[in-house]
Design a binder for this molecule. Structure first.
Ligand code: PMV
Length: 334
C-alpha cells in the first residue's frame, strides 16, 4: 500500500496551449517535449484504512486549497480504478513530495510532481506499471505531466475521444538517442507569473482570434519536428522550437486582455541568441508561459550559451540534458 516514484520535468519543443475539455484536461492539439535530467521530483504515496482523509505535503509544507484539491482528485481516480478486492483496503492516502529544484525555477515542477504521483499512487494501489494509464492519470493533474512518464523525446497525442482515453503521451526516442543535446534554463526572473497557464490558456481559447490557426499549426509542427529529432538536426529542431514558442506567445498576445509573459531580459536573451548564431554558435531558445528562456544547444556550445544568459541578467542557469523515465524506487520519503 506504499510506493515511491521519481520523475523528471519536461520542456515542450512544440507547446500545449489550450484545452478542448477543462475537466478531463484534453488539449486542442498534440505537443512534443524533451524530458529533463538531472532535475527530479520524488513522491511517496501510502494508502491506509486507518487514515481519515488524504494528507498532502509538497516540498516540506502541508498543501491546501487548489494545490491539495488537484492531488486529492488524482488519488480519487486511482481508488476508483482499483480492483474491487483492494478498494476496501485502500482508505485515505498520505502523499509526500519533494523536488530537487526550486518550484520557482520557471520549469513546470507540477509536470514532474504529477508524473511521480501517478506512478507512485498506482503502484501503492496494487497496479502493475502501465505507462499509458500513468500518462492519462498524470494528465488529469496537469496536462504537461502526461509527457513526464517516459524519458527522452515524448509526444502527447491530442486524441479524439470525448472520454480522453486516447489522449496520452508516448516516447518517440529515449534519452540515449541524443545525449549531446543541452537545455539551459536562464533564470532572468523569479517573479510569480501574473496569469497561471491554466487561466491563460482558457482566456486564449475563448478570446484570441488567432487560436484556431495556432492549434492547426502546432499539429503540423509536431509532425515535422519528429523527423528533425530522428536525424538529431539541432538547427531544424531549434528553428521549429523557436517558431512554435513565438506562435504560442502570439496567440496569447491576441487574447483579450492580452497576455504578455515576456520581460525585457527575455527579449535581450532572444536577440543575443540570434547574434551568437551569426557568429556560428548553435543556440536556439524556447519559452513557456513565463519570462525564463530555455536555450537549446549542444555540449560543445554549452558554455557560450550559459555566458549569454548570465550576461542578460540571469541570476542562475539550470543545465539540463535529456532525462529518463519516471521510475519506482525503494527508498521512501517518509
Ligand atoms: O500542464 P500545464 O497546465 O502546466 O501547462 C503547460 C503549458 C506550457 O508549459 C506553456 C506548454 C507545455 O506544453 O508544457
Amino acid at each position: 500500500m506504499k510506493a515511491t516514484a521519481v520523475a523528471h520535468p519536461n520542456i515542450a519543443l512544440v507547446k500545449y496551449w489550450g484545452k478542448r475539455d477543462e475537466r478531463l484536461i484534453l488539449p486542442h492539439q498534440s505537443s512534443l517535449s524533451v524530458t529533463l535530467g538531472p532535475l527530479s521530483v520524488t513522491t511517496t504515496v501510502e494508502f491506509s484504512v486507518e487514515r481519515g482523509e488524504d494528507f498532502v505535503e509538497l516540498n516540506g509544507r502541508v498543501a491546501e486549497g487548489t494545490e491539495r484539491k488537484r492531488v486529492v482528485e488524482a488519488l480519487k481516480l486511482v481508488r476508483a480504478d482499483a480492483k474491487q478486492a483492494l478498494k476496501a483496503k485502500l482508505g485515505a492516502a498520505r502523499m509526500v513530495s519533494k523536488g530537487d529544484f526550486p518550484a520557482s525555477a520557471g520549469l513546470a515542477s507540477s509536470a514532474a510532481a504529477f508524473a511521480a504521483l501517478a506512478v507512485a499512487a498506482r503502484a501503492a494501489a496494487g497496479f502493475a506499471r502501465d505507462v499509458k494509464a500513468e500518462s492519462i492519470l498524470a494528465r488529469r493533474g496537469s496536462g504537461s505531466a502526461s509527457r513526464s512518464i517516459e524519458g527522452g523525446f515524448v509526444r502527447w497525442n491530442r486524441g479524439r475521444r470525448p472520454d480522453g482515453k486516447d489522449s496520452f503521451a508516448e516516447q518517440l526516442f529515449d534519452e540515449a538517442h541524443w545525449p549531446d543535446l543541452r537545455l539551459l534554463v536562464g533564470m532572468v526572473s523569479r517573479e510569480e507569473k501574473e496569469v497561471k497557464s491554466r487561466d491563460g490558456m482558457r482566456s486564449t481559447v475563448d478570446t484570441s482570434p488567432y487560436y484556431p490557426a495556432w492549434a492547426k499549426d502546432a499539429e503540423v509542427e509536431v509532425k515535422g519536428i519528429v523527423r528533425h529529432l530522428e536525424r538529431r538536426d539541432l538547427e531544424a529542431v531549434g528553428e521549429t522550437a523557436e517558431r512554435n514558442a513565438w506562435r504560442m506567445h502570439a496567440t496569447a498576445l491576441g487574447a483579450n486582455p492580452p497576455l504578455c509573459y515576456l520581460k525585457p531580459e527575455t527579449l535581450g536573451v532572444i536577440q543575443a541568441c540570434r547574434e551568437l548564431r551569426r557568429q556560428g554558435v548553435g543556440v536556439w531558445f524556447t519559452l513557456d508561459a513565463g519570462p525564463n528562456p530555455v536555450l537549446l544547444t549542444s555540449a560543445k556550445d554549452e558554455e557560450r550559451a550559459a555566458e549569454l544568459v548570465r550576461a542578460h541578467g540571469a541570476s542562475e542557469v539550470v543545465r539540463c540534458h535529456p532525462g529518463g523515465d519516471a521510475r519506482l524506487v525503494a527508498q521512501h520519503l517518509s
